[in-house]
Design a protein around this ligand. Structure first.
Ligand code: ARG
Length: 456
């Protein structure tokens, strides 16, 4: 097929080169953005008298019909076209003849692709934002149900101090709140309009880039036309934001996988979010969480990919930049899917309070409280720590826990011990004494849930 650029070259390329060069396989998803960008452009051309107004109107109507026909399935996107921009323009010219050929006045595919990509990613950011909010909502609900549910908190994956399940999972809500902030920030910087930058240097026509920017919901046109066509920072930033979301989901996944194992059994994942084994009848596998953890690696790959692609590209447009789309679309699609599945998995999981409590009782996670007890009775912290350590060692050797260690034995190590030591090491007491701001006591977790819900 002869190409639109036939002129200096004969426009006939090798079919292998054609396939290699073409991007329609992955940029056809931008058809809506391409059409709305073209509509705004045609309207501006008509307003400024660069093309006759009635012709601009015909172009806008024609583009509207193309959009409707694509959406209804009447018009199939022709995959033999080089990219979506070529397809829409060729289809318009098919329908309108010479008038269709006027649409490309005072623009270039370079500003067109930069525009389409910003438009589609802006919508994606809004969708991802909504999905993150849903997930935060689901976490808050689960935390509310489990705000008094005691479990061991870990450091080094060793039982450390008592926390509540609600407190533990609200930590993930905090991460996701920061993710929302990052998305919003990226959106702000993305939201400048490249259209009218043309190939790179601007144009000799008296265009109105402010009109186009406003029409398409941008803050303003990009200030420098060379930057307008060359900037892909918004892709990098978005993939970075998505990488952070994935990293958070991946850490959460890791805990879910551990908690649902036979060794922990703190939670039971719903059958609808687990799979069985083809050979071992007893298996109930946390595949969703494992896949989220696995896909995180691929998204990081997308981030390294775009950074590396961009690092050596001189100004302005170079065809390398066509490589921006597959990675960013992959990251966007992946995070959307992960967020949806994750939300379902969290809302349907059930906690197993007895097991969490049992684990909390066995790990001497009240040893810090024992030391604090002595400190409050006048013992300096370092020596209180030592005495408590000796008691724990003796408990382990003789099969006691702090809750049933005999009072005479306590007293043999320090005469500051009294019957009230049993209240001090009672797990519920230990929990609810942690009243510091952001801490694990029920009231504090309630306050965290409330603050997060309000900020949504
Ligand atoms: N398909 C191209 C891309 O995705 C559109 C821009 C083409 N511009 C050019 N000068 N060849 O980057």
């Amino acid at each position: 097929m002869a190409k639109m650029w036939e002129g200096v070259t004969n426009g006939i390329t090798d079919s292998l080169a054609d396939d290699f060069n073409s991007s329609i396989r992955f940029d056809s998803r931008m058809y809506k953005q391409d059409i709305s960008g073209s509509m705004a452009h045609a309207e501006m051309l008509g307003n400024k008298g660069i093309i006759p107004k009635d012709e601009a109107d015909k172009i806008i109507a024609g583009l509207g019909e193309i959009l409707a026909d694509i959406e209804s399935g009447k018009l199939k996107i022709d995959m033999s076209c080089e990219d979506i921009h070529m397809f829409v323009e060729a289809e318009l010219t098919n329908r309108l003849g010479n008038i269709g050929k006027k649409l490309h006045t005072a623009r270039s595919r370079n500003d067109q692709v930069a525009l389409d990509l910003r438009l589609i990613l802006r919508d994606d950011i809004d969708e991802i934002t909504a999905l993150v909010k849903n997930l935060i909502g689901a976490i808050c609900d689960k935390a509310e149900e489990n705000k008094a549910q005691i479990m061991p908190g870990y450091t080094h994956l060793q039982r450390a101090q008592p926390v509540t399940f609600g407190h533990q999972i609200m930590a993930y809500a905090m991460m996701l709140l920061r993710d929302l902030d990052r998305l919003n920030d990226t959106r702000k910087r993305l939201n400048f309009s490249p259209i009218g930058s043309c190939a790179l240097a601007g144009t000799t026509y008296d265009t109105d880039r402010f009109f186009e920017a406003e029409k398409l919901g941008f803050t303003a046109p990009c200030l420098n036309s060379i930057d307008g066509v060359s900037d892909r920072d918004f892709c990098v930033e978005l993939i970075y934001d998505i990488s952070m979301i994935m990293m958070h989901l991946s850490r959460f996944s890791e805990e879910i996988i551990l908690w649902s194992s036979w060794e922990f059994k703190f939670i039971k994942l719903s059958d609808s979010y687990t799979t069985g084994s083809s050979i071992m009848p007893q298996k109930k596998n946390p595949d969703m969480a494992e896949l989220v953890r696995g896909k995180t690696g691929r998204v990081y790959g997308d981030l390294m990919g775009i950074l590396t692609t961009l690092k050596g590209i001189p100004l302005a447009y170079n065809k390398d930049m066509q490589e921006d789309k597959e990675g960013v679309f992959d990251a966007v699609d992946t995070v959307k899917m992960c967020l949806k599945v994750f939300c379902g998995m969290i809302s349907t999981l059930e906690t197993i309070p007895e097991n969490m409590k049992k684990a909390a009782q066995k790990g001497f996670i009240n040893a810090t409280d024992l030391a604090d007890y002595l400190v409050k009775k006048g013992e300096p912290f370092r020596s209180a720590y030592k005495i408590s350590g000796k008691i724990v060692a003796d408990c382990i050797e003789n099969g006691f826990v702090l809750e049933d260690y005999p009072i005479e034995k306590y007293r043999s190590l320090s005469d500051l011990f009294d019957e009230d030591v049993y209240t001090a090491v009672n797990l519920d007491e230990c929990l609810n004494k942690r009243i510091s701001f952001g801490g694990t006591c029920v009231k504090s977790v309630e306050a965290q849930i409330k603050a997060v819900r309000e900020s949504l």
